[in-house]
Design a binder for this molecule. Structure first.
Ligand SMILES: *Cc1c(COP(=O)(O)O)cnc(C)c1O
Length: 465
């Protein structure tokens, strides 16, 4: 068999990719027709592709490369751990130092009484764990009927059967018979798209009160938990109106249900605090973590659990676990990643310096003719593209057509910005420097200008009626 290296011509790599590699969330035949981009290297906030282009990665991979690319400390931590103990499990009454050290460090970083960690290999796995955890918790407390988990439409909680059911993505539920029973979805707090004539504050309250209505309809004695991302990420970086979270918190305090904060994106500095629930003023009972936990250098996720839940679960054998729960190499890398975040003061920098700097420039984009609202928390932001700002109108061409054109224009300008429908989103590495933020904004503006010109040329600047 011949060796596959970076040095094959791009078209050969693309042909092999198309022949043998199935991509996540991708229309296979369409991609095969044009060929995937081949990324070969990365440093800091910059990717290099097989054609030698340097591309500013304003998505930090998939929202995960918080400390940036090319950190030798993380490579060294992995190599050291592989030589010392490449693998051992934590089943059957055994443990190892990396799992102990990482769990202890997470207990120290997590707020309040969140002191116990169940490790998984990803955010999806961790949310599957959470479904079983909260149901087992209530069953142990003699309330086996408390099973239903309330979530939100357009939430993203992962791609396994359980976690995709928790999520509220219509396109995912349409394939493979989801959601599983016992998951209930309420509407999302997306004022721009769904707020109608209400003020943002009225709308925030209305959407939060759907939680209370759902609890009333389902019956408090049947509801186990509410799960939410502090800021919806994959749904389009939806930042709720200010009235939303305090009302959600009031409702959760009043009714006897557990609160799961899905911190897979918001955790580890993304919103300017260690956890997004701190930014939005929540006290969760369980937090889902992954992505920024290892800055994506190793696949690892987990659930951080309160003293009370851990105690109740600890009174039985929890028949659950993954071969790679607490994988030593992943734990060692995550621990080193947390050391870097802490010692380099990266979380504070997002809150005090780069976050405010990006916010100012990002919000200025609303002066562009295509841009309706601009939203940003810490270093995660979105802009809504629209043919008619005053009416907050969607495009007549249907959702996603303009967004896709804009994403392609970004790439042509050496910028990775993702589109969710017609929202453009960013989530750059947390180490991004102010000068790199200037570059990001400069390229985003160029891409918006080109998108605008193309939409006009093709007669697509029409609002849906
Ligand atoms: C990415 C993501 C997940 C799923 O994590 P994976 O590691 O891809 O399984 C879960 N929740 C949120 C909020 C995410 O963004």
């Amino acid at each position: 068999m011949s060796t596959i290296t970076n040095h094959l011509p791009t078209d050969e790599l693309q042909a092999l990719d198309a022949a043998h590699h199935m991509h996540p969330f991708t229309h296979g035949a369409e991609l095969a027709g044009k060929g995937a981009r081949v990324i070969t290297r990365a440093r800091g906030v910059t990717l290099t592709d097989s054609e030698g282009n340097d591309i500013l990665d304003a998505m930090a991979g998939l929202w995960c490369v918080n400390v940036g690319y090319g950190r030798d400390e993380l490579a060294d931590a992995a190599a050291r751990q592989m030589r010392e103990l490449p693998y051992y499990n934590t089943f059957f009454q055994t443990t190892h130092v990396p799992a102990i050290a990482l769990a202890s460090k997470l207990a120290e970083l997590a707020p309040g009484d969140l002191n116990h960690v169940f490790f998984a290999g990803s955010g999806s796995e961790a949310n599957d764990t959470n479904i079983r955890l909260v149901r087992t918790y209530w069953a142990q407390k003699g309330r086996p009927d408390k099973k239903v988990i309330i979530s939100r439409k357009n939430a993203y909680h992962g791609s396994s059967v359980g976690s995709a059911s928790l999520g509220g993505m219509g396109g995912m539920h349409a394939q493979g018979g989801l959601p599983i029973p016992g998951i209930h979805h309420i509407d999302q707090p997306n004022w721009w798209a769904e707020g109608g004539d209400m003020t943002p504050e009225e709308f925030g309250l209305e959407r939060a009160r759907q939680l209370e209505q759902a609890i009333a309809e389902l019956g408090e004695d049947r509801v186990a938990a509410f799960i939410a991302e502090p800021v919806q990420g994959a749904g389009g970086v939806i930042v709720p109106p200010d009235s939303y979270w305090p009302e959600i918190r009031r409702i959760c305090d009043k009714h006897d249900i557990l609160l799961i904060a899905d911190e897979v994106i918001c955790g580890f500095g993304r919103t300017g605090n260690w956890f997004g629930s701190q930014t939005v003023g929540w006290r969760p009972d369980i937090m889902t973590i992954a992505k920024g936990l290892s800055s994506g250098y190793q696949p690892i996720g987990g659930s951080i659990i309160s003293d009370e839940i851990a105690e109740v679960i600890g009174d039985t054998e929890f028949n659950h676990g993954y071969t790679y729960s607490g994988h030593p190499v992943a734990c060692a890398v995550a621990l080193e990643n947390l050391r870097i975040l802490e010692e380099e003061g990266i979380v504070d920098r997002v809150r005090d310096r780069t976050g405010p700097y990006l916010k100012e420039k990002w919000e200025e984009l609303t002066d562009h003719p295509l841009v309706g609202e601009a939203k940003i928390v810490g270093l995660m932001g979105s802009i809504a593209l629209t043919p008619d700002k005053a009416a907050r109108a969607p495009f007549a061409a249907g959702p996603g057509a303009a967004g896709l054109i804009c994403r392609e224009a970004c790439f042509a300008n050496n910028l990775v910005m993702r589109h969710v429908g017609d929202r453009m989103i960013i989530s750059p590495p947390l180490v991004i420097e102010p000068a790199e933020i200037d570059t990001l904004i400069h390229r985003a503006r160029a891409a918006l200008d080109q998108t605008h010109a193309r939409l006009r040329d093709e007669g697509l600047m029409k609002a849906a009626s």
